[in-house]
Structures are given as structure tokens and as C-alpha cells.
Design a protein. Sequence first.
Length: 166
Amino acid sequence: MSVYVVDTNFFIQAHRVHYPLDVVSSFWNKVKELAGNDFIISIDKVKHEIYRNNDTLKQWCENNLPDDFFKDTSNITSSYSQVVSWAMAKRNHFLPNALNEFLDSETADAFIVAYVLFENHDRVVVTQEISEPNSKKKVKIPDVCIGLNVRYVNVIDMFRELGETF
């Protein structure tokens, strides 16, 4: 069975837009259950992006996710290099700011693709980003995944693949 590696926007869009913590508790209960059963995980860079804000989402993560939910990315240098190489090969397409943002060591996007590429056994990126191959202003995770043959899905497709309802 696949393990789904969730991007920062999995949490932030759910919290701020689609499934507010104070309204849609069944979503968050399902996230807690899936995390507890190791069906979903994430990476340390996602944790840093979420924990920058001292808000209810950070508190929920601290109180409900397993201690090992956010995986260490310090050992994925070879796959991160592949992601960087892919991005740099597109430097004539993307604006410099788009590449700088994507390759920023404090940003999760490149690392989440690299982590799935590194693990490479039934790992799937989960992101709410949509492929925009013509975009010059932002490097989109789905486009990197397509370019590196890394599987990705959105949140609803992840729930469908897991056979989950709530």
C-alpha cells in the first residue's frame, strides 16, 4: 500500500479554507487516524512551514500527530540534486525569482519531491497545487513530479485511493 507524503498546503488550505478546525472535526479526526496508522507522513520542511505561525493549526499538529510524522530530509542529498538539476534545466523557462523560491533551503516544495524520489517505494506526493507547465512565475510541484516521474495526487484523490470517507 502507498504512503502519502503531504505538502504544507494539505494542512494550511484545509485549516484556512476547506475544513476549519472548529467546524469540520471529522476531517481532522481522519487525518489523525491516517497519521497514526502511517498512511500519511510529511517532512521536516513542512513542519517548519507550519510551525512558523503560532496558531491553532500548529497546536493541533503538536497535539495530534505522531512524534515521527515529520521525516528528516538531511539524508536525501542525491535525490535533492536530481530535483535541482531538473529545475536548473528549466532556468530559461522560469523567472529567476521562481527558481530561487523553489530551491530555497527553507521551502518544502523541492524537498517533498526529493523525499518521495529518494524513498521511491510506494510513496506519493499529496499537494493541492495544480500543474501549470506554462507558468514562469512559480515552479509547481505537479510539474516537477511529472518531469521526474514521481507520482502525485490531490487530497480528495488520496482519500479515494485509501477508500476513506468521513
